[in-house]
Design a protein around this ligand. Structure first.
Ligand SMILES: Cc1cc2nc3c(=O)[nH]c(=O)nc-3n(C[C@H](O)[C@H](O)[C@H](O)COP(=O)(O)OP(=O)(O)OC[C@H]3O[C@@H](n4cnc5c(N)ncnc54)[C@H](O)[C@@H]3O)c2cc1C
Length: 175
């Protein structure tokens, strides 16, 4: 998963996006920044970092835990004063930070435009195609293959396989 200038992307997001068919439903991505640690383990880790940086500001104590560009974003979501010293952070504030790191939410408002799509599910219904020949059931002599068909798969080579397999079948049957 990647953070980009427009939101989130990367193979995981692309795969998840194929299950998002109606953006009016209001989708939310839940991101765990420290999946290898349980809440309690991460809490211990944060406590240790705060102890080591006891006289530093909260924003200057997160350098070992997070990438530099993410720190101001986390501080803003955390809702504390960035200059607040580690020694004056309360237990509840620390726990709120741990919760945020374990469940950072991003509201998904839309997909990228179609001209940036990786796979489009082009619109020709599978039920209107003869799967043995790829010929249209509606128009004799018309064959479909690849993305123009209403199918898509998780990223990772499956869409290319769809294009190649249906392309070969359509090609062999149309001559
Ligand atoms: C950035 C990106 C990354 C991707 N990564 C993966 C991946 O990792 N794994 C995976 O499985 N899939 C991946 N895909 C999806 C995969 O590439 C497509 O699903 C697949 O190429 C579709 O094949 P196709 O032959 O149906 O269409 P296309 O490959 O789009 O071929 C259609 C061809 O038709 C031509 N054309 C268009 N209009 C006309 C016209 N009027 N006259 C003549 N020619 C025309 C186009 O120029 C194009 O060459 C990726 C797609 C993109 C955009």
């Amino acid at each position: 998963m990647l953070f980009t200038h427009f939101g989130i992307s990367g193979p995981m997001v692309l795969s998840a996006s194929c299950n998002m068919r109606d953006f009016s439903l209001g989708y939310t991505a839940h991101i765990d920044f420290k999946p290898a640690l349980t809440f309690e383990q991460l809490d211990l880790r944060v406590r240790r970092d705060f102890k080591e940086n006891i006289n530093k500001s909260a924003s200057n104590s997160l350098g070992k835990l997070l990438p530099k560009k993410l720190i101001p974003v986390i501080i803003e979501r955390w809702g504390i004063d960035a200059d607040k010293k580690c020694n004056s952070l309360t237990k509840d504030e620390r726990k709120a930070l741990v919760s945020l790191l374990k469940d950072f939410t991003v509201k998904i408002t839309s997909a990228r435009p179609i001209n940036e799509a990786i796979i489009t599910s082009g619109g020709v219904k599978v039920s209107e195609i003869n799967p043995k020949t790829m010929e249209s059931k509606l128009v004799h002599g018309l064959y479909f293959c690849g993305e123009v068909i209403d199918v898509d798969a998780y990223t990772g080579g499956f869409n290319l396989v769809i294009a190649w397999a249906t392309g070969r079948l359509a090609g062999e049957n149309s001559i």
